[in-house]
Each structure stands twice: as C-alpha cells, then as structure tokens.
Design a protein around this ligand. Structure first.
Ligand code: SF4
Length: 391
C-alpha cells in the first residue's frame, strides 16, 4: 500500500495516531514519568499539596532515580501514603537484552503483550548515547528500514518514552550523584518522532529539565524523515537538536527510499531545516545518509548532495547499511563510503562516517523486533526468552 496517500500524513498525524485510552492506562494508577514539571505541579496541587512538593518529587524521580515513595524522606508521610495509592513509577518491561562485544547494548521492551520496541545504548570514550523509540512500529515505510516492514501499531506515551531512559539508567548501573552514563539521547529508534509530536516534545522537555535528566539542548536530538509542518512547529515550541534522515540527493531517488518525500520534497524539507537553524540559533542540522550499495552511493550522488548542502549549516553522517532479513539492499563497500565522504569534504560539506557498532547483535533499528516476531509466530513468551543474551 502507498501509505503516503492515506490520512496518516495529514497536517496533524499525531492526532490521528493517538492510542486508545485503554492502551494508555494499563493500571488505574498514574505513572509519574508521564508528567513534565509543570504538569507534576498541577498533579500535586490537585492532591492538595503545594507546588514545591512537585519539585521535590521531580528530583527524587530523576536526580536520585528513586521509584520507592517510602524512601522519599523529605516528603510528608501522609503525602507519600497518598502517592502510593494513586501514583507509581512504571517503566517498560525488558524482554530481551543483547550485549555486543564492542559494548553496544540493545533491549527489546514489551508493549501491549505481543508487541515490542527497541532501545540501544552506544558507549564511546567520554559519552554514552541512548537511542530510544517513539512509536511501536512505524508508518513511514522507508524501503531500507527493518522497522517499516513491521508496519505501524501505535504511538508511545510520554511515560513510555521517558520510561525507556529511566530504565536504561537503571540497567546501566547509574548511581545518583555519580557520573552520567547516558550523556546523549537520540530519537532514532523505532518510529517517526514527529508523527508522535504531542508525546515526544514533553518527553524531550523532561530530558532537558535541570531538575529532570538535565541534558543540554545539543544532547537531545529529535530525528525526522521529513514531516515538514511538524518541523516548523518544533522550531517554535522546543529547543532540542534536529537530525534529518535524507538518504538521497534527488527527489526521484528519495521518493523511492523515503516515501514521505512525495508529500514534502527535498526543496521543501531543506527550507524547513534552514528555518529551524535560524529560529533556534542552532549550529547545524545533521543529515543522516544510509549508504546502500549501487543505489545512492555513487560519486554523482555525492556531487548532487554537495549542490544541496554546500554553504549551508549542515553536517552529513554517512551510515553503513545494516542488512536485515529479506532486504533487497546491501551495504556499500568501505571504499565507496570513503570515496563518497571524500567528495563531500573536498567540496566544503562536512561529512563523517558512523562507525558500525553492534555488528554481532541485531543493531539496526527494528531488527531485533523483527527477529523475535519471526520466532513468536511459533510461540511468544518462551521464544522471546530463548533469544536473550543476558549480560
Ligand atoms: S527509517 Fe525511521 S521513519 Fe523510516 S520507516 Fe524506519 S523508523 Fe520509520
């Protein structure tokens, strides 16, 4: 099906894609990870408490990484008792953990019983990047993407997005007051973040809140395949970094690889990018470009890309394709990637090649879910466990 012709890409796809209320409330208790600080203030006020209690609670949740109300000792006992009745800190459930020899760690998190999302941690000297998901599946249908093969299921809630980071901190052994383990958060896991705008933006606010995860705006990156109207809205309403999945230097090829391009072609997309930089006073936009053998990796493609980006606040991140089952694409050779990068750099476009990480696990977005779903067609629970590689 040509998904670009449906209602999914209307001006407010996030409204179309909201999950039913029953999916958002797995229990009667309120998950506190779903609240920005002002929302938490309103919540505690409704409980008859002063707003400063919300700031204390926020710090317990994110600075001290505490989920046990009994241990939040500077809160009045009566307030803690009431919190236990009506609220909780609920994080997604881990179904599979994979750890690569290079330290890359990938988790499959259970959603709605039979569905899953993915989260990846990539440790590097001096930084640790957590790649999180924004939707269960994805409707954008990019032809080189493993997630696209699974179709779209639903948007994640704010609590499910924030819960990924909370959970990863716990799994990575973060100690309150100690060094950060997660220094960067990128919305580059499953899903198109801007199609879930109403939940992604509050989550990003919690990541950047100085009483929350306290990451600087340059360390929280929202990635998009090109939902142009939402990019303009993002420029007005938040101040995180932006990455754009470009993957092709002309509309003919991009129409094929990234079908949203048929609705918002490259010229329109780039205009939104330059607006974002100007409005945000940002340094640059990162353009992601997956290197597909013989498809978009030729010198002529590199020269076309130069024409689009030279003299602009742009950086190009070349990503060696990570093959998955049933894909028609192959990874470009190291020589082709190097040649492509050199053409860009020699012509004034900053380009780097992303180091391949986690080659020994299902590192590309959607691969782990795909593999597990293949097996779960036989039987779900035990098969999920059977592919686990615990640390
Ligand atoms: S590349 Fe991103 S936007 Fe495209 S189908 Fe995959 S998850 Fe969705």
């Amino acid at each position: 099906m040509d998904r670009t012709s449906g209602t999914r890409f209307e001006s407010k796809p996030e409204d179309v894609l909201q999950p039913p209320a029953t999916l958002m409330n797995a229990t009667a208790k309120t998950n506190l990870l779903g609240f920005t600080r002002p929302e938490l203030e309103a919540f505690v006020e409704r409980m008859g408490e002063k707003p400063f209690r919300a700031r204390q609670l926020f710090k317990w949740l994110y600075k001290r990484h505490e989920n046990d109300f009994d241990k939040m000792t500077d809160l009045a006992k009566s307030f803690r008792e009431r919190l236990k009745e009506v609220a909780e800190v609920r994080v997604p459930e881990i179904k599979v953990t994979q750890v690569s020899a290079d330290g890359t760690r990938k988790w499959l998190l259970a959603m709605d019983g039979t569905q899953g999302i993915e989260m990846v941690f990539i440790p590097e000297p001096g930084r640790g990047t957590l790649c999180i998901s924004s939707q269960v599946g994805c409707a954008m249908d990019c032809t080189f993407c493993s997630t696209a093969q699974q179709g779209f299921n639903r948007n994640l809630t704010v609590a499910e997005i924030v819960g990924q980071v909370w959970l990863a901190n716990r799994e990575l052994g973060y100690e309150p007051g100690g060094n950060r383990v997660i220094t960067n958060i990128v919305f580059m896991g499953m899903g198109e973040p801007l199609a879930n705008y109403r939940n992604v933006v509050p989550a990003a606010e919690i990541f950047m809140d100085d009483l929350g995860f306290d990451l600087s705006r340059r360390r929280v990156t929202v990635s998009t395949s090109g939902l142009v109207p939402q990019m303009y809205r993002l420029a007005d309403e938040t101040n995180c970094a932006l990455a754009v999945s470009l993957h092709a230097p002309n509309d003919r090829l991009r129409d094929e690889l990234v079908p949203i391009n048929r609705k918002h072609p490259i010229a329109e997309l780039l205009e939104a990018c330059w607006h974002y930089v100007e409005k945000q006073n940002a340094r640059s936009i990162t353009f992601e470009y997956v290197m597909l053998d013989g498809v978009n990796d030729q010198p002529a493609h590199a020269h076309e890309l130069v024409k689009l980006l030279r003299g602009r606040p742009a950086k190009v991140n070349l990503i060696p394709f990570n093959p998955f089952r049933n894909t028609r694409y192959k990874r470009s050779s190291p020589a082709a990637i190097e040649r492509f990068r050199d053409i860009l750099n020699a012509n004034g476009v900053i380009a780097t090649t992303r180091k391949t990480r986690g080659d020994d696990i299902d590192a590309a977005c959607g691969q782990l879910v795909g593999r597990v779903q293949d097996r779960t067609t036989v039987r779900l629970g035990s098969k999920l466990i059977s592919v686990a590689v615990q640390p």
